[in-house]
Design a protein around this ligand. Sequence first.
Ligand SMILES: [Zn+2]
Length: 460
Amino acid sequence: MNSFYNPVLLSKILKSYLFDINRLRNLNDEELKKYQIKRLRKIVKFAYTVPLYHDKYRKEEVHPDDIKSLEDINKLPTVSKNDFKKYYPNGIVSSKIAKNKLIEVSTSGTTGKSLTIYVDIFDIVVGLFGYIRSLNEHGINWRKDRLTIIADFQPHTVESGYIHRGLQPRLSSNLFFKNIQWLNTNDSSEKVIKEINKFKPDFIGGYTGMLGHLALLKEKGYGKNISPRVMASTGGSINKALRDLIEKTFNVPVFESYASTESGPIAFQCKNDGYHVLSDFVYLEYLKKGIPVKSGEAGKLVLTKLYGHGTPIIRYDAINDIVAPLYEKCDCGLAGEQIKKIYGRDDLSFYTTDGKILLPSSFGEIFGRILYELKTNKLKDVRVIQHDINKIEIQAVINEKLRDVGPSVEEIFSVLKQGFREKFGSNIEILTKEVKKIDRKKPRIISKVDRNMIKITGYA
Ligand SMILES: [Zn+2]
């Protein structure tokens, strides 16, 4: 298992590093497009050795040789979560790849509907390079600077798959990770800030909520030695007020990075706030009723991953993210397309009486207020349930240590209620309830409203 000095792997990584890291800088749009076509044809050919795709393509009477341009991707059927489940485990990997070389990662946690796929060590490395590329764009050198990465290290997650079960057993930590501090986002923010304070990083990357909590602690005088040059937020759209709070408190720019378990990294923000797709790693389609949306319009993301020898992801329609593309050039000069906004997961949404869909970006806005308006870390965890179209319930876990500090629990609930009333109208009934614990394996946002019974009019 331990390939401390695995020369083949190391040289492959080095070669990929040289070519992959700066591709969006080195290629122009036309060259990038050619590269995408080449990659697409290769990955479709590879997918044809995977029973799931083989069967689907045979049924639709489409062959890898039919894919000659990017537009030809339309000839391929989309794949869903159910397809993966039906063929799991042996039918989602290539007959040409030894399965014991692959690493399992799952997507549970956010939606409750978990999905397991396979990645190989090289997928992981390329994924990591996508992240390193975004750091490079912000002047952070991953070999020289000190990096703190606060990830979700529950056993099943993509992060522990990539790091604990993927890279760490195979590569020498001294060679690759000596200046990286890995922290767990499931730990308390007090514990996390203590560790960061000892490490004194140049860069901190983490989930939006955790970064918000850290900013509040910093405001209160914790983490005196923490002064990074840049920070990155993942796992959900960050709203302006929360971003301002983090930027002001740490006195650094914050950029967003966007990834999924199924695909690895997807996009990141440059210094000019352009949200750049890693167009050499993924090919994105944004569809509304099956038709591509215009620049700036919200559509459902259909994703194709252009590399890897684990489970191929080709026209995968179950990321469920609603995303608006932006077909404009950014001054920073990176090749490829941009994203205007990520609204969040379509399957984690509420519905209003006038048929609007309330996406996670709106929830982030409401909960962010507790941090930047009330300035309290007291809200430890939360779940919101929409029981019916006129009734929602907010369940909250209060940090006992902070119960008697700062704004009261009632004030917190009142700010949350106000936020939801602004989105739903004043007639909505809102129940609030303190609970001891929230099961993190289940979704934080649950709607019991039957989507099929509502005439959907758009996004709120
Ligand atoms: Zn840019």
